[in-house]
Design a protein. Sequence first.
Lengths: 269, 316
Amino acid sequence: MAVQLEFVKKPKVVLAFIDSLIMVKRSSQHIIRNTDQLLGTFFQPIMFLVLFAAVFGGAVAAALPQGVSYLNFLMAGIIVQTVSFGSTTTAIAVCNDLQKGIVDRFRSLPMANLAVLNGHVISDLFRNSISTVVMLLAGLVIGFRSNATLMEWLAIAGIILLFTLAFSWLSAIVGVLAKSVEGVQWLTFIIIFPLTFASSAFVPTASMTPVLKAFAENQPITHVVEAVRSLMLGTPSGGHITMSIIWCVAILIVAVPVASWLFRRKTSH
Amino acid sequence: MPKKDYVIQVKNLTKSYGENNVLKGIDLNVERGTMLALLGPNGAGKTTTVRILSTLLKFDGGSVMVEGYDVAKDADKVRSVIGLTGQSAAVDELLTGRENLVMMGRLYRLTKRSAIARANELLEEFDLLDAADRPAKTYSGGMRRRLDLAVSLIATPPVIFLDEPTTGLDPRSRIAMWDIIKKLMANGTTILLTTQYLEEADQLADQIIVIDGGKVIAEGTAKELKGKVGKDRLELAFANEKALAAAQKALGAGVVSVDEKEHSVTIAINDTNEDVKSALDTLSKQKIELIAMAVHKPTLDDVFLSLTGKQKKGDK
Ligand SMILES: Nc1ncnc2c1ncn2[C@@H]1O[C@H](COP(=O)(O)OP(=O)(O)OP(=O)(O)O)[C@@H](O)[C@H]1O
Ligand SMILES: [Mg+2]
């Protein structure tokens, strides 16, 4: 054999970190190769933004605070909705890997197996960031305006990234548990759809029935939407920023170990 | 005599899925630099054995050592010395052949430079250079299998598991795959291969173990097994039942199987010239009229018939 092979000799933790980076690269390559998904990344958010603004704009205007346009109100909601649905790609990717023989291949290698999950979750973060930027640009084109300072924009970015991370790990759990990719689609639909619509993402909660209102005002998506919205509109956040962070961190504390444990269990029969 | 250097040592391996005892005490040893073929029909337990030996599956009883490491306790150590080519290709469909190789090489802890250089070498060796930068999902079955094997060789592990590497390949791809495997053996790699084809085991392996229903039913070199099975098969067809019955009687103990519907008998032969001649002599002496004859290699059916005296169970 002609090629002299050299091996990386590093402590185990460093190697596990490198494995994760390799898997992030892989998942990101998937995103680029998967042209159907790319369409979702770019066009679906724009379509939602334009449609919602046009359809609900007139009807909801009256319920909005003085001087706030529906588009400015909607922006935070539509971003959070898009990244919520976007995080379900983690579930699909995890499920796909488990259905195919590729996980067996990874398991027969001396690699850190959880790197597979890390790869999907982190690349999902990239993808959702792109979606968000695309939406903001489209919003600017059709009249979205914000007075947020650079610090406030950084805070917005931080909250959205934290939220995406939390939901992607939740999504990883679904991906491990589901028996097929169709199953994943149904499960995420049933979970994400009510969460995003029974929230303040598209309409203020004030007009909802008491039960719905109670639910909407205390679930994580409303907190995240309100946090981002207050930062965008320069209104008082009323504790929503703190609640968003608490929710997301709490989800991560539960979801990361649960997803890892389930993944290990599923792959070591 | 020096002690034998066994790279793979399996003692009394058992595994069951619920009530289904899939492996009922398998023993096998593979010496350094040799190939062992596990020969068996569908459902014999070949894949189960390979998955256990390559750390993918837990087992119930017995012991499994690979390169001196206990598979049950030192899975990570085992993984750094083995390469696995499973029964279904395990490559990333969206990545190109080259990307697959480099990625797996890096996961085997190769440096980036080594992984890229080795990937190139393998692509060339496996005749995949032209397709190297196309996504693997555009590969044909044969190309995918070659890529899959190349991936498991990326870090040149000293031990390779090949689970039915040629099933589903056309004759030309099969021979190409055999050549690749022979080259591996020439480099001193220790190989455990599973197959449903006696001919494949015969072509490649130093040692053959025949398993059925989770048990070893025969073992030896290809030559030893063929001694029991016969080298070739001679099939003789007759016009009607009467001629068939007469032929059966005339040929006596040599008959290994009878097909009543086709009015044909099959006998095992070791020397084509001599044995065919003597069979034909016997028939003509008794004036039994022959309508067709054919010589073929013994199939897995024939092996089972000879070794166990029963037809192998139908395909699942
Ligand atoms: N996950 C599983 N759960 C239950 N039974 C299983 C499982 N995997 C395999 N088996 C059973 O174990 C037996 C042996 O299967 P195995 O895959 O090892 O056979 P094989 O020799 O590789 O066959 P083939 O030639 O078809 O690949 C079969 O009866 C099969 O049904
Ligand atoms: Mg099999």
